[in-house]
Design a protein. Structure first.
Length: 550
């Protein structure tokens, strides 16, 4: 056998080489020197898959240690790229808009089951009307006592929070109780909110994650957040250097159940405690596309700045030798300049450059932007728009390629994502903020309640039931689509409340206003339009008269 080595068993006998097999007897190799993979996605021996070997990690391990870098890049992209900034603005304008309006809907059936008290639909309407009026006074307070920093209305705070959620991946709201504000100005409540930059949520002294501490979120054995560790100042504020290295531990809820912290983010995986922004999946593509824009713009600007030049058939050194010296060359050039200045050649009022014998003017032709620039950029913007959940036209604001059918289809698809974002943001941020204020209002005895009604803390979910009215969906065709809505309501496939909500309106306010307008038509002796009941006012049970023969 020479120097060949072999493996022996306990008795010293050579062992037979066995081929590795799966439990079903299938060998792990297929062919000479090649492994067999049941799924091509598991293959590492191809050119496409050879260097693609990502690790499997927990969601917190994937996010928290790289979170600051991803957020900083996302913010830089939105700050310095117009299309990225516009995409975020489109999402904000279609989810929160200028105002996110409360539509209170207490669950009177659940309250009746819980307590046996006389909760009914009439009470629900009275309660909703009263609570919405008080919420408007609180959320739109001119002195902004609803904001700890007294700078924003509640709708503005919600828009800021959603912006953080889109770009940073999460929003963070800390609820405060300031009874000293009651009675000052228009302030009637001690509840107020503070939108906090999620950068400040981190582990004390920047320590690594532990079993119960994940990116500043302290959790128990069940994964329930029990406290949040928030820096007293942003980590890169040189003027708050001392405070930036001090953390405050804010408990999630007080002992009596009062919520102190609202932390909202989209969960992509189970066990996740921090969020990622909407640009993260396409950040590299968006950055390269922005760079491509810059390169093409620079090239076009450079070509435009060097538009023309003059060529001469003479070698400067030969010309200098021919006229015997440098001084005579300068004298010759000055004579040419004086001649052109004193005796300019004009054609129809436009000066024509006078050239020396043999000179000619040439223009620089530019190939920028390249012929494929528009199509390439269009394709790349489609990739970004797909990741953001909006239509390509909403990102580019270019509707030249759009037909009614394509616009309608694109907006319907994007509307599903935008409504989902609004509902998730409402459930994670807006409704909890409303519930915190509602508890104080109910404990103040400001709202109508039947005898035997439970306290807020006993039925918080039922009392705080609500929806939020955002901006209108709008119409691509303002004639066909409203007609479709009317047909759906006539067929009982939808309701006035649902149709009004899609257009950002409250159905009761619409009916109240219509009642006022009809009364004014009658008071002024103006004929009622069709929507005011003109057809019903002229209708009779008698059949129409037969036309008389001529």
């Amino acid at each position: 056998m020479g120097n060949e080595l072999s493996i022996v068993d306990a008795q010293g006998n050579p062992m037979r080489r066995q081929r590795a097999e799966y439990p079903n007897g299938m060998p792990l190799t297929s062919g000479v020197g090649r492994w067999f993979f049941p799924y091509q996605a598991a293959d590492w021996q191809t050119q496409e898959m050879g260097n693609w070997l990502p690790w499997i990690r927990s969601p917190d391990a994937e996010i928290t240690q790289f979170r600051d870098r991803m957020v900083a890049r996302s913010r830089d992209q939105v700050r310095n790229d117009g299309r990225s900034s516009g995409a975020i603005t489109r999402i904000l304008d279609n989810t929160v808009g200028a105002s996110l309006r409360l539509s209170a809907m207490p669950d009177y059936r659940a309250l009746r089951l819980i307590s046996g008290a006389a909760f009914d639909i009439q009470w629900a309407k009275e309660f909703a009307s009263a609570v919405e009026a008080r919420w408007r006074l609180f959320s739109n307070d001119l002195n902004h006592y609803n904001d700890v920093s007294r700078q924003l209305t509640v709708s503005q705070q919600l828009r800021l929070a959603l912006r953080h959620k889109l770009i940073d991946g999460e929003d963070l709201v800390v609820n405060h109780w300031k009874p000293e504000r009651i009675g000052r100005g228009a302030a009637q409540y001690a509840t107020c909110y503070l939108v906090v930059d999620p950068d400040r949520l981190s582990n004390p002294m920047q320590m690594v994650d532990t079993r119960h501490l994940r990116g500043g979120v302290e959790i128990d054995d069940d994964g329930v957040p029990v406290a949040y560790h928030i820096r007293k100042a942003h980590q890169n504020d040189w003027y708050n250097a001392v405070e930036s290295m001090e953390w405050e531990r804010v408990i999630a809820e007080d002992d009596d159940g009062w919520r102190r912290v609202i932390h909202d983010y989209e969960r992509d995986r189970a066990g996740q405690n921090r969020g990622i922004g909407v640009f993260v999946p396409v950040l590299a593509h968006a950055k390269m596309l922005a760079r491509y824009y810059g390169i093409e713009l620079q090239a076009a600007a450079l070509a435009a700045s060097i538009g023309t030049y003059v060529t001469s058939p003479y070698d400067p050194s030969e010309v200098q030798d021919a006229i015997a010296g440098d001084q005579e060359l300068k004298f010759y050039q000055s004579l040419r300049k004086e001649w052109n200045d004193e005796r300019p050649a004009m054609f129809n009022g436009v000066r024509v450059p006078a050239l020396a014998p043999g000179e000619e003017i040439k223009a620089v032709s530019s190939d920028h932007p390249h012929n494929g620039f528009t199509e390439f950029v269009h394709e790349m913007q489609g990739c970004v728009a797909s990741a953001l959940g909006v239509s390509q036209e909403q990102v580019t604001q270019d509707w030249t390629r759009t037909t009614y059918s394509s616009a309608r289809s694109g907006l319907l698809e994007s509307w599903k994502t935008l409504v989902r974002r609004r509902l998730e943001f409402s459930a994670g941020t807006a409704t909890p903020m409303y519930a915190v204020w509602l508890r104080e209002s109910m404990e103040n005895g400001e709202l109508p309640l039947p005898s035997g009604a439970p306290d807020f803390i006993e039925a918080a979910t039922a009392y705080a039931g609500c929806s939020w009215l955002g901006p209108a969906r709008g119409w691509v065709d303002p004639v066909k689509e409203p007609q479709g809505s009317i047909l759906k309501m006539d067929a009982a496939l939808t309701t006035l409340k649902q149709e009004a909500a899609e257009q950002g309106s409250d159905w009761e306010e619409l009916l109240d206003q219509r009642q006022i307008e009809i009364a004014e038509f009658k008071r002024r002796n103006i004929p009622l339009p069709e929507w005011g009941g003109a057809e019903m006012a002229t209708r009779t049970d008698e059949p129409p008269e037969e036309p008389k023969a001529a």
